[in-house]
Design a protein around this ligand. Structure first.
Ligand SMILES: NC(=O)c1ccc[n+]([C@@H]2O[C@H](COP(=O)([O-])OP(=O)(O)OC[C@H]3O[C@@H](n4cnc5c(N)ncnc54)[C@H](OP(=O)(O)O)[C@@H]3O)[C@@H](O)[C@H]2O)c1
Length: 198
C-alpha cells in the first residue's frame, strides 16, 4: 500500500513522524509546495518525501489533515475513486470560536461528500497532535486509536496500518453511529488518551 498525506501542519507532521519512525514510505504535501517541507522531512526521516497535493492524493491510502475551513478546497479536483481517505479532521476554527454547525451530520459524512468515490475511514483525529506524535508504546501498553467507516475492506487496511505503527486500533463501527463517538462536537471519546494494557 502506498501512502500520501495532505496537510503538513500539527497532525500531518505527527503522522509523518510516526510513519518515518517505522521506515514506512509516504509522500506529504501542503498548500505552499514541497520546497517548504525540508525541515519536516529532515525530522521525519528518509522514508518520508515531500510532494504536491496531487502526488499525495494519488496513493492507495491518503491521510487528510487540513483545517476545516480549507478542507473542501484541499479535497477538490482530485480523483478519489476507490482510494482510502483517512479523515483526521474536526470542524473547529479555533479554540475560542464556536464549533462549525453541520446541522447534526456526522462530520465524516460531510468529508465523504467532498471526496466522491473515496472509501473514507475516520481515524487519527481524537488525540492532540503532540500526543499522536509520541511513541505509541506507553505506560506498558499501546496507545489506542479509534477508527470507523462504512467500507469494511478500507477499515481492515487502516487497522493494519494502525497496528504497524504500534498503536492499538479499536473499530467503533460505521460513520453514522461509530464515528460520532470520537468526533468533535459531542463525541464522548474525543481527546481521551487511552492505553491498552496487555
Ligand atoms: N492540532 C491538533 O491537535 C488536532 C487534533 C486532532 C484533530 N485535528 C484536526 O486535524 C486537521 C488539521 O489540523 P492541524 O492542527 O494539523 O492544522 P494545521 O497545523 O493548520 O495544518 C493544516 C495543513 O493543511 C495544509 N493545507 C491547507 N490547504 C491545503 C491545500 N489546499 N492543499 C494541501 N494542503 C493544504 C496547510 O498547508 P500550508 O501551511 O502550506 O497552507 C497545513 O500544512 C483539522 O481538521 C483539525 O481539526 C487537529
Amino acid at each position: 500500500m502506498t501512502i500520501g498525506i495532505i496537510g503538513a501542519g500539527n497532525i500531518g507532521s505527527a503522522i509523518a513522524v510516526r510513519l518515518g519512525a517505522k521506515g514506512i514510505p509516504a509522500t506529504i504535501a501542503n498548500s505552499r509546495g514541497p520546497d517548504t517541507l525540508a525541515e519536516l522531512i529532515a525530522k521525519a526521516g528518509p522514508s518520508i518525501t515531500a510532494g504536491t497535493r496531487e502526488e499525495a492524493a494519488s496513493k492507495d491510502i491518503v491521510f487528510v489533515a487540513v483545517k476545516w475551513l480549507r478542507l473542501q478546497g484541499a479535497l477538490a479536483g482530485l480523483d478519489w475513486n476507490g482510494r482510502i481517505l483517512i479523515d483526521t479532521n474536526n470542524p473547529i476554527v479555533s479554540m475560542d470560536v464556536p464549533m462549525i454547525d453541520l446541522a447534526g451530520r456526522a462530520t465524516t459524512s460531510v468529508v465523504q461528500d467532498w471526496a466522491p468515490g473515496a472509501r473514507v475511514v475516520k481515524a487519527f483525529n481524537h488525540l492532540a497532535a503532540p500526543v499522536l506524535a509520541k511513541d505509541p508504546h506507553a505506560e506498558g501498553g499501546r496507545r489506542v486509536l479509534f477508527y470507523a467507516g462504512d467500507d469494511e475492506g478500507a477499515k481492515a487496511d487502516v487497522a493494519d496500518l494502525i497496528d504497524q505503527l504500534g498503536f492499538f486500533g479499536l473499530d467503533l463501527g460505521d460513520v453514522e453511529s461509530g464515528s460520532r463517538l470520537f468526533q468533535t462536537p459531542n463525541g464522548p471519546l474525543i481527546s481521551h488518551d487511552f492505553v491498552k494494557i496487555g
